[in-house]
Ligand binder design. Sequence first.
Ligand SMILES: Cc1cc2nc3c(=O)[nH]c(=O)nc-3n(C[C@H](O)[C@H](O)[C@H](O)COP(=O)(O)OP(=O)(O)OC[C@H]3O[C@@H](n4cnc5c(N)ncnc54)[C@H](O)[C@@H]3O)c2cc1C
Length: 313
Amino acid sequence: MILVIAEHDHKTLKSSTLNAVTAAQQIAAAESANIQLLVVGYQCQAAAEMGRSIAGVSQVLVCDAAHYASQLAEEVTEAIVPLATGFSHIIFPATSYGKNIAPRLAATLDVAQISDITQVCDAQTFVRPIYAGNALETVQNNGHQLVISVRCSAFSPAKYSEQNAPIKSVNGAAVFGVSQHISQSLTPFSRPELTTSKIVISGGRGLSSKENFQLIEKIADQLGAAIGASRAAVDAGYVPNDYQVGQTGKIIAPDLYIAVGISGAIQHIAGMKESKLIVAINKDKDAPIFQIADYGIVGDLFQILPELEKALV
Ligand SMILES: Cc1cc2nc3c(=O)[nH]c(=O)nc-3n(C[C@H](O)[C@H](O)[C@H](O)COP(=O)(O)OP(=O)(O)OC[C@H]3O[C@@H](n4cnc5c(N)ncnc54)[C@H](O)[C@@H]3O)c2cc1C
């Protein structure tokens, strides 16, 4: 049996859950297992209801209690541990949510974690990128139980279907209490979410200032795109940290990725090279980003972006 840990906001499932279910389906096919989905949250019935119609999910387990409201890794792990027995694979999306909980769960269960898989070879064998995506490693682990995180961009989302898998309430653990949720500051977004948007336009150090990022914003609004950034742009304070694309930021694979004033360091490319179409704008014709770009414009972004904006009206 395979357990997928749902990422959700208590009301709706995040699309990353669907990517994790697809990976689970591939493992399930290899070992004829069934898939259960676990929703740990507070007043999260609506999220569980969504889960019951995901194709391939045979049962939804719901663990609903006030101390799961903040989804702290310490509390969620305690909820999963007593349920883990009997599951050969416990699968998380390799998002901030999954990366926060999976290692703690693996350590508590004293089993191996296989991180960030991009391919399922069989039920014990997986491919995962290493060295910032410059090499692919095939890992086999014959342990009785595996904790796995799934690179979402490598697995298409599972489909919703007509089915109504049963929902079962399960008991959570008592309050663990080693950590406390103090506050949350959310970046207000009127644009599509970076990890799920079909079009992303990213800016780098070449933008030179926070104010100049408005040039990117205008194009993003015209294209209905999400905005990303290089780490240099984030470190310089041009945009918030959660815009960062790359090895230590978000790993994305949109249909169209436009890199503006970004040199194309390997750590940045690790986060966007799976994009279906890559367009680069850079004044340096030798910038490494052009090596992976499908279309390149060599020139000054301060001239090109306003022209692009006009052309898109
Ligand atoms: C452990 C580690 C992890 C990292 N993780 C990440 C990560 O997740 N994501 C990430 O992005 N980086 C990451 N980095 C940093 C990475 O190595 C680079 O430093 C960073 O990506 C550079 O950002 P940049 O391309 O915006 O800046 P630069 O490399 O400075 O490039 C700026 C580009 O803008 C161009 N430019 C300047 N002015 C103009 C103009 N007017 N018009 C057109 N083009 C112009 C320049 O020609 C240049 O190519 C990491 C580094 C380390 C060591």
